[in-house]
Design a protein around this ligand. Structure first.
Ligand code: NDP
Length: 621
């Protein structure tokens, strides 16, 4: 198949230095010196805490507190949690429990049920174990409920969930030296003593709220998108007909991945909608086609892995292999696809140097973002609104998005964009509404599409108050100045503990692929530890130090890129933090990523497992 470039401005056509200056200016305007402290925290603010703890989707049933000894506690029942359970079960370990705040499986796909919710990633990559389950997504980008239902399918097919404990929030996690177990206490009074703990607590589990002065003075309705209140708006998760909003004025704060999906529904149903925008998102066409049954029938075994690897190269490594097709063909892969198309046409795909490739790729980044600004202009009727919706930053400074209804919504007479970039957010709230540009806007409802705790301090984003390993060492102190891990999964002084997520290892463009590999790794280490009759296992300080040094030495320095990006959770609100040597570094939402890439990381892990699984570990009988 020939790869075709999208319709971007020609090479050399753009004034890149001028664009750079504009990007910087737009970034500087938005940097807030309080950084993450600008947000009201769901774990601290009394009223927001209530909302965060409340489950609008399912009633919390009373139950007796549990006291038990357990082999493995998996803290979380989202993707990383269910994939850990899957791999434990495959490894023959069945005495485990997933424990989750939610009322069911699904993690973010349990909580987030706002109207229009869909996954922005190609479903044929994102939904794990498709070949094992035989399931085929109905379309390229799944609706939220298709993903939620798929969790249940996995759980049932592989019989993973009989012990799962839902509507249960972990309050403390303490290593007990005498019993060599983790003591886990919960908000339901449970006392669980687990030999192993797998932290599968996710990246987007704690909502954050804008810390707008006067926010609690507002007398109307307020809710976060991850706790969507259909009783108030009308409609339901699977049929979001928001008919109760027909006489309501609604404001929504935020224009990120969540907001751009919900706003078209607000525009369609509410009497009046104010979209409070601080930084616009880049929103491309969706091309969400139904799955072609002929294509699905033609797939050969191993197709999902092949697709995931291809997507990873295009979206994360930044380059397709010579002659390789772009299987996913979406906005995430556009720059790599365009590069391949141009270089193939010039006949230099295989001979171009790495330096030249990435210099040209940078230019392609500006060309693609210019295409997006032209797209906004072509779709929005009102000039001022169009200007405000244009993005002035590089690709991947923020999450790239696609939606076919978002921009059209701003052409509706009941929808108004309120640009709050000059004041770095909404100025203040009052009893009746909000104030922007000195004017009070009366509203009935304020919806917070303001995101989640991602790069804030660990205490905040994990929400577990007491979390101690050996000798009462708090994980928050242990990792105060950066992660210290072996393979990004285990850490010294915290025996029998595994961290799934973004810490200090390989990152795959498909999150579920990464979580699955981490769950597999944890299951293999646990199995080996049990088989050998050990009661505790943890990395040696030396092995850990070696890994940390190796990761830092191979880390790709993204400072220059991040310096050009507007603040957000991708870059810790544009704020650097001090590392243990006192250097100022950006805290990346992907953690410290293994520089040589996912394939190289996977090879390191394979080699380590082949060498006996416990190399560089302290084991105790
Ligand atoms: P984000 O953190 O991406 O967006 C939060 C939004 O709130 C931003 O637009 C932010 O503006 C705005 N905001 C925050 N505070 C204020 C304020 N005081 N005044 C005005 N605006 C404010 O959260 P989302 O929930 O949209 O997305 C979070 C993540 O969830 C995504 O990046 C993605 O990883 C995931 N997601 C994935 C989806 C998928 O399809 N797979 C779909 C939806 C979400 P600013 O940018 O200026 O900070």
């Amino acid at each position: 198949m020939t790869i075709k470039a999208t319709n971007v401005p020609a090479r050399g056509e753009l004034d890149i230095p001028a664009l750079k200056a504009k990007y910087r200016e737009e970034r500087e305007k938005r940097i807030r010196k309080e950084g993450n402290k600008q947000y009201a925290r769901a774990t601290e603010d009394k009223e927001f805490k209530e909302e965060y703890l409340h489950d609008p989707h399912m009633p919390v049933e009373p139950r007796e507190a549990i006291e038990e000894e357990l082999e493995v506690a998996i803290l979380g029942a989202g993707w990383s949690g269910i994939l850990a359970a899957y791999h434990l079960k495959n490894a023959g370990i069945t005495n485990y429990r997933n424990i989750d705040h939610a009322g069911d499986w699904g993690g973010v796909w349990y909580w987030n049920r706002y109207p229009g919710i869909q996954c922005d990633n190609d479903a044929y990559c994102y939904l794990p174990l498709l070949e094992e389950t035989g399931f085929m997504p109905s379309k390229k980008y799944s609706d939220g409920y298709e993903i939620y239902d798929y969790f249940k399918l996995i759980e049932k097919k592989f019989e993973l969930g009989q012990n799962a404990l839902f509507h249960t929030v972990i309050e403390s996690l303490q290593w007990d030296e005498a019993s060599k177990r983790w003591h886990i206490s919960t908000n339901r009074g449970d006392k669980i003593r687990a030999r192993f703990v797998i932290m599968a607590n996710g990246l987007l589990n704690i909502p954050k709220f804008p810390g707008i002065p006067g926010i609690h003075d507002f007398k109307g309705k307020m809710f976060h998108t991850s706790r969507w209140d259909y009783d108030y708006t009308g409609g339901s998760y699977r049929e979001p007909v928001l008919d109760k909003l027909k006489d309501k004025a609604v404001a929504i704060i935020g224009t990120g991945a969540t907001a751009i999906q919900a706003i078209p529904y607000l525009g369609k149903y509410a009497k009046k909608v104010y979209v409070l925008q601080r930084t616009p998102s880049v929103v491309d066409q969706r091309y969400n086609h139904p799955t072609d049954p002929e294509w699905a029938a033609s797939l050969k075994p191993g197709w999902q892995k092949e697709r995931i690897d291809n997507f990873h190269r295009a979206a994360m490594m930044g380059r397709l292999l010579p002659g390789e097709d772009d299987l996913v063909q979406d906005f995430w892969t556009e720059i790599s696809r365009n590069m391949a198309a141009e270089l193939r046409e010039e006949g230099i795909e295989e001979t171009i140097s790495i330096e030249e490739y990435f210099a040209r790729r940078e230019e392609m980044d500006y060309r693609v973002m210019e295409r997006m600004r032209q797209r906004v202009e072509s779709l929005i009727d009102d000039k001022e609104t169009a200007e405000a919706l244009k993005v002035w930053y590089r690709f991947l400074c923020k999450r790239p998005l696609s939606n076919d209804d978002y921009y059209d919504t701003f052409n509706l007479p009941n929808v108004e964009l309120v640009d709050v970039s000059e004041t770095q957010g909404v100025e203040c709230m009052t009893e009746k509404g909000f104030i922007a540009h000195g004017k009070e806007y009366e509203i009935d409802c304020m919806i917070f599409a303001s995101g989640f705790e991602v790069t804030s301090e660990l205490e905040s984003r994990w929400g577990i108050k007491t979390y101690t390993g050996r000798d009462g060492l708090s994980i928050y102190d242990h990792w105060r100045y950066g992660y210290k891990t072996l393979h990004g999964i285990m850490t010294s002084k915290f025996p029998n503990q595994f961290f799934l997520g973004y810490y200090q290892g390989g990152v795959n463009a498909t999150t579920t692929e990464q979580y699955g590999a981490q769950g597999y790794h944890a299951a293999q280490v646990i199995k080996e530890t049990l088989n050998k009759g050990f009661v505790a296992v943890e990395p040696t300080a030396e092995a850990e130090a070696e890994w940390v040094q190796h990761v830092r030495e191979t880390l790709i320095d993204m400072t220059e890129f991040v310096d050009q990006c507007p603040p957000g959770y991708y870059n810790n609100e544009g704020q650097k933090v001090k590392d243990e040597n006192g250097n100022e570094v950006y805290r990346n939402f992907l953690g410290e990523t293994y520089g040589p890439g996912w394939e190289a990381f996977s090879a390191v892990m394979d080699e380590w497992r082949d060498a006996g699984l416990l190399e560089g570990m302290i084991t105790e009988k």
